[in-house]
Design a protein around this ligand. Sequence first.
Ligand code: HEM
Ligand SMILES: *[C@@H]1O[C@H](CO)[C@@H](O)[C@H](O)[C@H]1NC(C)=O
Ligand SMILES: *[C@@H]1O[C@H](CO)[C@@H](O)[C@H](O)[C@H]1NC(C)=O
Ligand SMILES: *[C@@H]1O[C@H](CO)[C@@H](O)[C@H](O)[C@H]1NC(C)=O
Ligand SMILES: *[C@@H]1O[C@H](CO)[C@@H](O)[C@H](O)[C@H]1NC(C)=O
Ligand SMILES: *[C@@H]1O[C@H](CO)[C@@H](O)[C@H](O)[C@H]1NC(C)=O
Ligand SMILES: *[C@@H]1O[C@H](CO)[C@@H](O)[C@H](O)[C@H]1NC(C)=O
Ligand SMILES: *[C@@H]1O[C@H](CO)[C@@H](O)[C@H](O)[C@H]1NC(C)=O
Ligand SMILES: *[C@@H]1O[C@H](CO)[C@@H](O)[C@H](O)[C@H]1NC(C)=O
Ligand SMILES: *[C@@H]1O[C@H](CO)[C@@H](O)[C@H](O)[C@H]1NC(C)=O
Ligand SMILES: *[C@@H]1O[C@H](CO)[C@@H](O)[C@H](O)[C@H]1NC(C)=O
Ligand SMILES: *[C@@H]1O[C@H](CO)[C@@H](O)[C@H](O)[C@H]1NC(C)=O
Length: 328
Amino acid sequence: MLVILSLFFALLFDNVARFCVEAQLTVDFYNATCPNVDAIVRHTIETLTNQSNVVPPSTLRLLVHDCFVEGCDGSILISSTSNNTAERDAEDNVSFPQIAFDAIIQVKKAVEAACPGVVSCADILAMVARDAVNLTGGPSWDVAKGRKDGLISQASRVGGRLPGSNFNVTQLIENFAEVNLTAEDMVILSGGHTIGFSHCLQFTDRLYNFTGRINSTDPSMNATFTETLKEACPQFATNQAKVQAFDITTAFSFDNAYYQNLQSGKGLLFSDQVLFSDNRTRTLVEKLANSKEAFFARFVPAMIKMSSIGIKSKTDGEIRQDCTRFNS
Ligand code: HEM
Ligand SMILES: *[C@@H]1O[C@H](CO)[C@@H](O)[C@H](O)[C@H]1NC(C)=O
Ligand SMILES: *[C@@H]1O[C@H](CO)[C@@H](O)[C@H](O)[C@H]1NC(C)=O
Ligand SMILES: *[C@@H]1O[C@H](CO)[C@@H](O)[C@H](O)[C@H]1NC(C)=O
Ligand SMILES: *[C@@H]1O[C@H](CO)[C@@H](O)[C@H](O)[C@H]1NC(C)=O
Ligand SMILES: *[C@@H]1O[C@H](CO)[C@@H](O)[C@H](O)[C@H]1NC(C)=O
Ligand SMILES: *[C@@H]1O[C@H](CO)[C@@H](O)[C@H](O)[C@H]1NC(C)=O
Ligand SMILES: *[C@@H]1O[C@H](CO)[C@@H](O)[C@H](O)[C@H]1NC(C)=O
Ligand SMILES: *[C@@H]1O[C@H](CO)[C@@H](O)[C@H](O)[C@H]1NC(C)=O
Ligand SMILES: *[C@@H]1O[C@H](CO)[C@@H](O)[C@H](O)[C@H]1NC(C)=O
Ligand SMILES: *[C@@H]1O[C@H](CO)[C@@H](O)[C@H](O)[C@H]1NC(C)=O
Ligand SMILES: *[C@@H]1O[C@H](CO)[C@@H](O)[C@H](O)[C@H]1NC(C)=O
């Protein structure tokens, strides 16, 4: 009797465990079906990065936008069609450079050549972001895999889910909490702004119209920095394509200079500088500014956490053949 009973429970728990594991991510996920996937991704993105240094920052940002909207499910990669305006075409006119999407398409092509129909675009995005960080001088980590690609990508569903460049710390904390990330995660992940660029539009109000007052400037900005930015982004400019480096000291290097810049009033966006101005987050900014090792050590788990927001499973996802289109 006891034997039968324990057998019954063993089977029950085994099934429960199997069920729970369904949507879980593992580093070994493609061991049997695509054992070299990490190396293929790394090699391809390294080749593309050698051709253009825009590739790492733009693809890292792709992951953020993917994960914050519908979860990390490749929804940002879907192209709009005549009957669907996709996520990537939402909001303003400062969306992603085509080169970011092209990079993912190239990586998918290389992966498909080795193991067709096996690796999701969502997993590719997570691996590419890992390599983007490492190729610019940052740490590396094992990417757990097994994400399915989502079946929804709509511009109309983006609204309010992404953090805004004019957000204060309260708004940033609330925004990150919506995807189960903490205030600390928020400060640490903001360090992603140690590489890449922003369009002038995202911070010109700080230069010329702070808190809606014409010709007033954000007083938390370093005066020298303000002058530099005013030169780069003139008040009545018509060129909407102009950009400025987030990290004025080392724009292409993944380091902790982002936090040191905040200490001297050289955060580019309002949402960057407030992390130092607000005493709820300043202590952590100072810690990360003081130690690149500490930043790296804390950035890795935060990225792993962000990369596992809202994972889709077999029932609500698929392995896309073409990252820019749903399979059917
Ligand atoms: C904390 C809230 C965040 C806000 C308000 C924010 C906002 C922005 C804005 C406005 C841009 C410029 C877009 C453009 O003008 O083209 C940008 C770019 C970028 N963001 Fe964020 N972001 C946030 C968090 C993150 C996180 C968590 C990461 C990565 C871990 C990240 C990585 C990047 C990168 C690498 C770029 C540069 C993209 C490029 O050069 O193409 N951001 N972000
Ligand atoms: C997957 O492959 C790696 C490297 O070859 C190996 O260390 C690991 O034990 C394998 N895992 C499984 C579950 O087979
Ligand atoms: C990229 O460039 C670096 C530095 O020049 C070089 O060492 C590396 O082999 C290149 N990688 C690829 C995949 O071409
Ligand atoms: C939407 O348009 C695509 C081509 O642009 C077409 O393949 C698809 O069947 C259309 N879907 C619906 C629901 O109309
Ligand atoms: C985006 O561009 C369109 C047309 O090019 C323009 O009408 C619109 O005002 C722009 N939006 C923003 C936020 O700049
Ligand atoms: C990239 O990651 C590897 C570990 O995979 C590490 O040894 C290396 O130091 C990293 N690159 C940089 C520039 O830190
Ligand atoms: C943050 O912004 C919100 C919305 O504008 C505002 O209600 C709130 O008072 C601000 N909080 C802080 C701490 O500045
Ligand atoms: C956040 O956590 C809650 C509670 O565990 C869960 O219901 C929700 O789906 C999570 N949200 C995301 C975006 O992961
Ligand atoms: C200045 O900011 C206010 C409030 O944010 C906005 O309504 C107004 O259009 C801005 N003016 C200019 C010239 O950008
Ligand atoms: C704002 O500054 C510009 C450039 O210096 C000047 O042309 C404009 O008259 C000023 N506007 C106001 C309302 O002070
Ligand atoms: C502002 O920037 C200048 C020049 O980079 C620097 O020397 C100065 O210390 C900064 N001011 C503050 C308050 O950090
Ligand atoms: C931040 O400053 C406010 C007002 O000066 C103070 O009440 C609060 O205790 C401080 N919080 C922290 C975490 O230092």
